[in-house]
Design a protein around this ligand. Structure first.
Ligand SMILES: NC(=O)c1ccc[n+]([C@@H]2O[C@H](COP(=O)([O-])OP(=O)(O)OC[C@H]3O[C@@H](n4cnc5c(N)ncnc54)[C@H](O)[C@@H]3O)[C@@H](O)[C@H]2O)c1
Length: 320
């Protein structure tokens, strides 16, 4: 089965590409490398380098049809999106529109879209179900919600997967998180532990167990599996709902993450308390009952210890 993976040189896309190839899928990766790495593209995949905002590149990618498309490509930083909203509207919505156009013109069907828990905002009631109010606190979240709305009006079959916090790595294969700049707490805390750098803890007065933000961490391998399940459902026309949360249902505070990194690394982290960041909700924890019930999804690698241990091993490998 031929699958196009956009953003397959990025963190989640590169690991998903490897996982799908190992599961017997034939993969084409399309990525500009603007925020990804060529070394992360699986050598068994066909690699097309280009910008999905470029119609000529879209024509090249969709010069043949695909049995399915996973659209990971996009910009991912909440903070950057608050500073430069137009960049996010243009890239995240524009690339999705172009991919849809390419799919229609080439007769491709079955789209899995990388949505995000960033569409919910401070939902109030925890855990957050797919029916919870969507009130994105950032342009990043708005782009995800907008694309979800566009997809609902398309003939092309699609499923949006609303990831909570993707985390963890596959150090044995040389794949893991390598964002530049890095904005995610686990790699940043690991870097602080290893290099003895100060760690900025944003917000210590949230209405949570210890005053710091609470998030739901899902291992990238579990995320990859969720994409296979979604692709199968699309191919078999078993699309019961347009969007599914992908999380574990368990939340960890930022302080708990720091403690786990200290435990795994055996090093104390120097914490610098900072003001809250704009766009950060206090708690984001998934109600994952829908994806479990509909697709039989079960996270297998998302124990926090496994997540931090694999991310730590990957960090040590990356810095040599
Ligand atoms: N990392 C997370 O915790 C998380 C959580 C929720 C949702 N998501 C979503 O998952 C997807 C993947 O996230 P990631 O962490 O792997 O990000 P990433 O930045 O590592 O990868 C994104 C890739 O998309 C490519 N790209 C961006 N715009 C492009 C364009 N116009 N044309 C071609 N390529 C382009 C980049 O070069 C990069 O390789 C994103 O859509 C993100 O919003 C991620």
């Amino acid at each position: 089965m031929k699958i196009l993976i956009t953003g397959g040189a990025g963190y989640i896309g590169s690991i998903a590409a490897k996982y799908l190839i190992d599961s017997g899928y034939e993969i084409t990766v399309a990525d500009s490398l603007e925020r990804g790495n060529e070394w992360a593209v699986d050598p068994r995949a066909e690699f097309l380098k280009g910008d999905l905002l470029d119609k000529k590149f879209i024509g090249k990618v969709f010069s043949r049809s695909f049995d399915g498309v996973i659209h990971f490509a996009g910009y991912i930083s909440t903070g950057e999106s608050i500073e430069k909203p137009e960049l996010y509207y243009k890239n995240n919505i524009g690339s999705a529109m172009n991919v849809l156009e390419g799919m229609a013109s080439s007769g491709s069907d079955n789209l899995v879209f990388s949505s995000s828990a960033g569409i919910y905002g401070d939902a109030g009631i925890m855990p957050i179900s797919e029916n919870s109010k969507c009130s994105p606190p950032s342009p990043y979240g708005e782009t995800k919600l907008t694309v979800e709305k566009i997809l609902k009006r398309q003939k092309i079959k699609s499923i949006s997967l609303r990831y909570f916090n993707a985390a963890g790595a596959m150090p044995d294969t040389g794949l893991g998180e390598a964002h530049l700049p890095e904005t995610h707490i686990i790699p940043l805390a690991i870097e602080s532990a290893v290099k003895g750098k100060e760690f900025s803890l944003f917000g210590t007065d949230y209405p949570t167990i210890d005053g710091t933000c609470v998030r739901d961490y899902i291992h990238v391998l579990d995320l990859a599996e969720a994409h296979i399940l979604a692709l199968k459902a699309l191919r078999e026309n078993k699309i019961f709902f347009p969007a599914y949360n992908v999380g574990t249902g368990k939340g960890y505070s930022n302080k708990e993450i720091i403690l786990m990194v200290e435990k795994i690394s055996g090093k104390k982290i120097k914490i610098k308390k900072q003001e809250r960041r704009k766009g950060d909700a206090a708690i984001l924890v998934a109600d994952n009952a829908l994806i479990k019930k509909t697709f039989g999804f079960e996270p297998k690698h998302s124990d926090l210890k496994i997540i931090v241990q694999t991310a730590y091993n990957w960090y040590l490998k990356k810095i040599g």
